[in-house]
Write a protein that binds this ligand. Structure first.
Ligand code: GLN
Length: 484
């Protein structure tokens, strides 16, 4: 049952081949048997899931079931879930049980999906390897001595190992696409504002965006259908109409122009990864798309600009964790100042502290213009690069990451080497553009991702191209050893 796609599981449920309770129990059993090996889940909500599944079965029998009724999902532990601990991968929120659901969690609940649990992640979504989680690293199901990518490594590994058919995730600088690439699944970061950020714990608010992770583009489209749309509680959420993302999946791609940025095939790109990506581009060409060399001249500035803007916003967002209102509080503080200092010192990990320090420094009076303002100017240049590229092409394609999954500890003492893993993903966040990653091959038996970057609100076209690619290839059908 677990090897079926979300679309196939929906058909199975509708035809009565199995019930939602059976389906849910099957995934819960897999989590029980396998998650000690992968560490994908921070919390498993077995009882609530089975109760929800029983209700879904009633709706399915009564014929009044909502669109994804009875189908299991896992939520990244960054999305607030009413009555369910939401840790954001941090000791700071180890004891935090939100009194409300995130906008996305609500929408998915309305669609009838059954929540299996909350997935592991880098602390406050800061990382590219899942090594910064308070709950320990997630293992890549393809190679358990390698990282799954981050920060949505728990969601990506859970989907890759078929512990859940789909999962939610978030992407501030690549955290949906990079782990999707490293785990061999399909992940989509929507246009900024497409998916509600309400109740999604903030890292860098002008960059954060939630999106779907799935094994196929079709499943990602089904999930995006129910995640997207206006939420008046998020002031950056947009009224832009939500199309049915599944309706255009099958359209031919002949005549589309795909831009290939020279800068995404630089000397930092692993040659075998490049080969896999070039093969994928040839397949798209075979289907009638036209490949056109383009240039995004400020690409090399995206990582430095991001590592000013993201920490700046993080330092402001994380100031609310002070030991007073909620979250961790140190034992026996001698006074208020001691409580602030020790609560934050004891509950935040090293990477989070590094970002807070960098961010506070960049925003400080003497340095604001030199760093933050400068980074914001660079951000505009990067956005302009994309705007001029999109006057000539329909979509942009290249690698998602420069390398396949690396071993634990490989970049542990070198934050900059870690930051460079996001070199191809960050620009889309700075520009607010939608982008996705889909499996396109293997290097040393490790999955490689093809990245597509779309025009604003053009998620449907990226999903269409991905679906057509997946109809012609079977990279997305390959699975790691525990899946069979
Ligand atoms: N790896 C990047 C970082 O560490 C991006 C993380 C993300 O997208 N949440 O900030």
């Amino acid at each position: 049952m677990h090897t079926k796609t979300l679309a196939e599981l929906k058909t199975g449920l509708t035809n009565g081949e199995f019930s939602s309770v059976e389906l849910t129990q099957h995934f819960l059993d897999r989590i029980k048997n396998l998650d000690s090996k992968y560490n994908c889940f921070i919390s498993v909500t077995e009882e609530a899931a089975l109760a929800q599944a029983r209700q879904c079965d009633e709706h399915l029998a009564a014929g009044d079931a909502p669109v994804l009724c009875g189908l299991p999902i896992a939520h990244k532990d960054i999305f607030c879930t009413e009555g369910i601990r939401t840790s954001c991968g941090s000791r700071m929120l180890d004891n935090f049980v939100p009194p409300y659901n995130a906008g996305v969690v609500d929408k998915i609940a309305k669609a009838g999906m059954v929540v299996l649990g909350k997935t592991n992640m880098d602390e406050f979504a800061m990382g590219s390897s899942n090594e910064t989680s308070y709950y320990g690293p997630v293992k890549n199901p393809w190679h358990t001595d390698c990282v799954p990518g981050g920060s949505s490594g728990g969601s990506a590994a859970a989907v890759a190992a078929c512990l859940s058919p789909v999962a939610t995730a978030t992407d501030t600088g690549g955290s949906i696409r990079q782990p999707a690439a490293l785990c061999g699944i399909t992940g989509l970061k929507p246009t900024y504002g497409r998916v509600s950020r309400w109740g999604m714990i903030a890292f860098a608010s002008s960059l954060d965006q939630g999106g779907p992770m799935a094994r196929t583009a079709e499943d990602a489209a089904m999930l995006l259908n129910v995640m997207a749309g206006l939420d008046s509680r998020d002031s950056t959420s947009t009224e832009h109409e939500v199309p049915d993302y599944t309706a255009t999946l099958n359209q031919g791609i002949a005549g589309l122009t795909i831009g290939i940025p020279t800068e995404y095939f630089d000397e930092g790109l692993n040659p075998a990864t490049e080969q896999a990506v070039r093969n994928a581009l040839s397949e798209l060409e075979k289907q009638g798309a036209r490949l056109k060399e383009i240039t995004l001249p400020h690409s090399h500035l995206s990582v430095p600009a991001y590592y000013v803007i993201a920490p700046a916003e993080a330092s402001a967002n994380l100031s609310r964790f002070d030991g007073a209102r909620y979250g961790y509080r140190c034992k026996d503080p001698v006074d208020l100042h001691d409580m602030y200092m020790r609560s934050r010192a004891e509950a935040f990990g090293d990477e989070v502290k590094r970002r807070i320090l960098v961010g506070a420094y960049c925003l400080s009076a003497g340095y604001y213009d030199a760093y933050y303002n400068k980074a914001m100017q660079v951000r505009r240049l990067i956005k302009n690069d994309f705007e001029s590229a999109f006057s000539e092409v329909d979509v942009i394609a290249g690698p998602t990451c420069p390398n396949p999954a690396f071993e634990f500890g490989a970049k542990g003492d070198n934050p900059v080497a870690m930051y460079l893993e996001d070199i191809y993903t960050i620009a889309a966040n700075l520009a607010g553009l939608p982008a996705m990653s889909l499996p396109c091959g293997f290097v040393d038996q490790k999955p490689v991702g093809l990245q597509l970057i779309g025009q604003y609100f053009d998620e449907a076209r990226m999903l269409n191209i991905s679906h057509r690619y997946q109809l012609a290839t079977d990279w997305h059908c390959q699975s790691p050893s525990d899946v069979s």
